[in-house]
Design a protein around this ligand. Structure first.
Ligand code: MG
Length: 314
């Protein structure tokens, strides 16, 4: 038996405007009382009331509303949802087929929480024809993957998709990092660079998705002095669940990061660890004693607390 789900939230002017435009094609001729319009998209009936309240009704109401809830979150910073979904249906992964099954571009980064090793940002283009292949080789569950899984999976698809990566080594990171240029600004600049490069190669994408690390306005504010700013971006938290281009971007970034960490480890004769905890601090002290501060400048993010801590230990 199919359940009639109901999801509702109050939409900002901006979201209302977007919805009205986006759903214009399926608006109904008759409008219920107190409603601005009503539309029927697939099995879902969507009603926008004069109060600004939007109601999604139908068995796929939660899926149909997902994109608009995200949009509202981006536009207003928050959204309070009322849903008739029972607890069981919450276990269903929240994939919005209108985004998931498209040919889209996505980007993600790695290394920003690691004391050692570079920051790597990748943008990928995944065509909808490649989705089932990528799911099959295990791209979908990338969060659960170990380093070994990543070393195994990435070579299986890296030559089959278009991507752009950028590696920011710590020598440059330490040069750029300052009060004015914080980590998020660095991320924004790097994301924009790879997206711009990839976008120039791809003309038929539907979305450009960034795994959200800053609010839309803040992101573009970070880029106010940059040239070639890619504007048509959709920001999603848990982006890698929304489209496999983000999952692939995350995997390729991690793949490159692992390889870079291996190079540094071999070079030092110390198997340097990810993260920024006590192990990283202990290893930093060892490196400092063996090779001096210049080495740390090359391979570590000096603004991290670990640097202060080793100063205490020396
Ligand atoms: Mg991310």
């Amino acid at each position: 038996m199919q359940k009639n789900n109901v999801v509702s939230f109050v939409a900002s002017e901006k979201t209302q405007e977007l919805m009205s435009k986006e759903l214009n094609w399926c608006k109904r001729e008759k409008t219920p009382q107190y409603a601005k319009w009503q539309a029927k998209d697939g099995d879902t009936v969507i009603t926008l009331y004069e109060s600004g309240k939007v109601v999604f009704q139908g068995k796929d109401a939660d899926l149909a509303s997902d994109f608009w809830l995200e949009t509202e979150k981006i536009n207003s910073g928050k959204v309070s949802v009322k849903s008739s979904k029972n607890k069981d249906s919450k276990k269903i992964p929240q994939v919005n087929p209108k985004i998931y099954y498209t040919s889209s571009i996505g980007s993600d980064e790695v290394g920003t929480g690691d004391y050692f090793g570079p920051i790597v940002v990748t943008a990928c283009y995944v065509e909808k024809e490649n989705i089932s292949f990528l799911e099959e080789i295990g791209v979908k569950d990338s969060k659960k993957l170990t380093d070994n899984d990543i070393l195994n999976i990435v070579p299986k698809f890296i030559n089959k998709i278009d991507y752009e990566s950028i590696i920011l080594n710590n020598k440059d990171y330490n040069k750029y990092y300052s009060k004015e240029i914080n980590m998020n600004k660095i991320k924004a600049i790097l994301h924009n660079k790879v997206l711009y490069k990839l976008k120039n190669k791809i003309s038929n994408y539907e979305y450009i998705i960034i795994d959200e690390f800053a609010k839309r306005d803040t992101y573009f504010n970070y880029l106010k002095d940059s040239s070639n700013v890619v504007m048509d971006i959709t920001f999603f938290t848990k982006g890698e669940d929304k489209h496999l281009s983000v999952a692939c971007a995350s995997l390729i970034s991690r793949y490159i990061f692992i390889k870079e960490m291996d190079k540094i480890s071999k070079n030092l004769g110390i198997n340097i660890q990810k993260g920024a905890g006590d192990i990283a601090t202990a290893q930093a002290k060892e490196i400092y004693e063996k090779y001096g501060y210049e080495k740390l400048e090359e391979i570590a993010k000096l603004n991290f607390k670990n640097t202060e801590k080793i100063k205490g230990l020396i």
